[in-house]
Design a protein around this ligand. Structure first.
Ligand code: WTA
Length: 647
């Protein structure tokens, strides 16, 4: 990351946390790290203490393994309910406080107090139960950023059912795939929703998914988002009607074991198929609440806005579970940042007096490109803390965010984590640590992250290597806790979790992320598996072979580039490109359509037949090409280069 998007910057100077912030910060203990080290793993009881337990846990970290070897059982013996923790327990103190503030795409707003939220979560839980949903059943939720989305998640949690939120922009095929894998027999969807002013037909996609499923659905519930009359088939129910039938009903929260699943979410792994990640009720909720409090500095009286989509892990952890567990007001925004105007985001912050704003570097780089005049027109003085997540933030964008948005008075927390970590794992503590623009910070207290070489040996400061987690953490997925994905690395080495990211550590222990080193591309904070995209592209008629790589992009960090070799004799005109795009749109969704498709008679391969991806990356990024002597077909390199350079 020497060359950040858009130019030179002051070298990695440190920035002290602003005094005005430190005074009121949730965490100001300078020796928290040492305390956690001394008390590990019992230190995590501090996270457990943020929750209400129906039955207290016996031990913070149980399981038959030790602190390195699975199985791990966080908060073993404890029982709790996530819906109770996010809703019911706040009723005594903050019944009338807004829990969810919704900003709709068409400019609508809607507020749910904790009392309103309690009522609707109960009614929907009663409705789901009447449709047959029981503890352990998987309920798929396929709706955009509307209040019914967090309500459905909390209603599932109340029943002990496992929610499976599928990003609303995914195609019918991608939905069917995720429902099929999860054997999910219940679906919540909507009639459609607006995207830049035009209505999309979500129900159609849901119906198509149902048709292609191998199993039957018990029930589909449909929210009317477009406000038109719903056309419902067999076993389909309107959301509003279902609530009306169960008006005033209450459902006792079902106590779950700490290690029971709360939800599952699909993400892109290194294989051709989506990877299911299951998060637990106790460990997940505890670490998410703990990090929302100590890193995002969320307080009950705050208005807090995380601009991610709930379809991804960031929205699960830091729009829904973290903020609501802490009893804060969480803002839910359905729209896009530049519609209807480029000042939309700042206008929402001013109008709602947002205290904490958490977004992605891609968004910050776009805001920067649009110019200062938009934030300058609004009063942003309510802001206390800014956060970023999803990709490395270049120092220039960091500075802009700090000065233009935070007015030099809001610390920035650059938070590193993954779908697999469930919660923030590496970041500064905003009231304690100095910030270093471009570097995320030290591993949080209680988290053992390290940068190691191929042999698993820790690397000296500044040397790039693999970011690994050396000890379990409360929000680890159920599979990792059971030892799936946690093991000796390299074979015969220490037991650990390998994150797939490349990073360096400096002399102060601050981690700087360099990007993915596995077959995952991170576009604007959204993950794609190169293998998955390649398999979809080769399903297109006329395509023989495909290699997908992440090319550099100033705004989104990376862009999907596809190198495609057509079947012999197949024309490569626009028709083929259009069919590839269409296939991706159908199989995954519009967000995965490649930025560029380069046709080449052959892909560069080693003598053993492996595609040389590094080489393709270098060509895409206009980098000097390394050694090509290992290639079986070096002549194709020149051809590809000329196509790319001319195109
Ligand atoms: C990347 C999103 C640099 C990283 C929460 C990680 C980051 C992947 C940062 C996970 C950050 C996340 N700086 N890179 N602050 N945060 N990443 O699963 O490559 O959608 O492995 O989870 O995003 O993406 P995921």
């Amino acid at each position: 990351m020497d060359e950040d998007a858009g130019g030179r910057l002051p070298d990695r100077e440190t920035v002290a946390p602003p005094e005005s912030f430190v005074e009121g910060a949730n965490v100001t203990d300078a020796d928290l790290q040492e305390q956690f080290d001394r008390e590990w793993p019992d230190c995590w009881a501090r996270a457990g203490a943020l929750l209400d337990w129906e039955r207290p846990y016996r031990t913070v970290l149980g399981g038959e393994g030790d602190d390195r070897e699975p199985p791990f059982g966080w908060f073993e013996g404890g029982r709790l309910n996530a819906s109770h923790n996010c809703v019911d327990r706040h009723l005594d103190e903050r019944k009338n406080q807004v829990a969810i503030k919704w900003e709709g795409r068409l400019g609508e707003t809607q507020s749910y107090t904790y009392l309103d939220l309690h009522r609707e979560v109960n009614e929907f839980a009663a409705g789901l139960r009447a449709l047959g949903v029981e503890a352990g059943d998987v309920v798929t939720v396929y709706v955009p950023m509307i209040p019914e989305l967090p309500i459905a998640m909390l209603a599932c949690a109340r029943l002990g059912a496992v929610h499976n939120v599928v990003f609303a922009g995914f195609s019918a095929e991608a939905l069917a795939d995720r429902m099929g894998r999860a054997e999910s027999r219940y679906l919540l969807t909507c009639d459609g929703y607006y995207r830049r002013g035009a209505a999309t037909n979500q129900k159609n996609r849901a119906d198509n998914a149902r048709i292609s499923l191998d199993h039957d659905l018990e029930a589909t519930v449909v929210v009317s988002r477009l406000g038109e009359e719903l056309r419902l088939g067999e076993d389909q129910y309107g959301y509003a009607g279902l609530l009306a039938t169960h008006s005033g009903a209450t459902v006792d929260p079902v106590a779950r074991a700490a290690t029971d699943p709360l939800f599952l979410i699909y993400t892109s792994g290194t294989t051709g198929t989506p990877k299911a990640v299951t998060h637990t009720t106790g460990g997940y909720l505890a670490q998410v609440a703990w990090t929302a409090r100590s890193v995002l500095d969320v307080e009950p009286g705050d208005t807090y806005w995380c601009s991610a989509d709930i379809g991804w892990i960031t929205g699960h952890s830091y729009i829904v579970y973290g903020p609501l567990a802490l009893g804060t007001t969480t803002l839910l925004y359905e729209g896009t940042p530049d519609h209807p105007e480029k000042e939309r985001v700042w206008e929402i912050i001013e109008r709602n007096a947002v205290n904490v704003f958490y977004t992605a570097p891609t968004a910050i780089r776009s805001f920067m490109g649009w110019g200062e005049e938009y934030p300058d027109r609004q009063d942003l003085s309510s802001l206390r803390l800014l956060g970023t997540v999803g990709e490395p933030i270049n120092p220039r964008a960091w500075e802009w965010y700090y000065e233009q948005i935070g007015g030099g008075e809001c610390p920035i927390v650059d938070t590193w984590w993954q779908t697999e970590t469930g919660a923030i794992a590496v970041s500064t503590l905003p009231g304690v640590d100095e910030m270093k623009p471009g570097s995320v910070g030290r591993p949080l207290p209680g988290i053992a992250a390290d940068v190691v070489d191929a042999d698993g040996e820790p690397l000296p400061p500044g040397e790039p290597g693999r970011l690994v987690l050396e000890r379990p953490w409360p929000a680890m997925p159920a599979s990792l806790a059971d030892g799936d994905g946690w093991g000796p690395d390299p074979p015969g080495g220490e037991w650990r979790y390998v994150t797939g990211d490349e990073a360096t550590v400096d002399g102060d222990g601050y981690v700087t992320l360099l990007g993915r080193i596995d077959d995952v591309i991170n576009v604007a904070g959204q993950r794609f598996s190169t293998m998955e995209l390649e398999s979809r592209i080769v399903e297109t008629e006329g395509v023989a072979e495909a290699a997908v790589i992440g090319g550099d992009d100033d705004t989104t960090g990376a862009a999907v580039y596809a190198y495609v070799s057509p079947e012999r004799g197949h024309p490569t005109g626009d028709g083929l490109r259009a069919r590839i795009d269409e296939r991706i749109r159908e199989a995954v969704g519009p967000m995965a359509v490649p930025e560029a498709v380069v046709f080449t008679p052959e892909l560069p391969k080693t003598r053993s037949g492996k595609i040389m991806r590094r080489l393709l990356e270098d060509i895409a990024n206009d980098e000097p090409l390394g050694d090509t002597s290992a290639l079986r077909n070096p002549e194709v390199v020149g051809e590809i280069e000329s196509v790319v350079r001319e195109g």
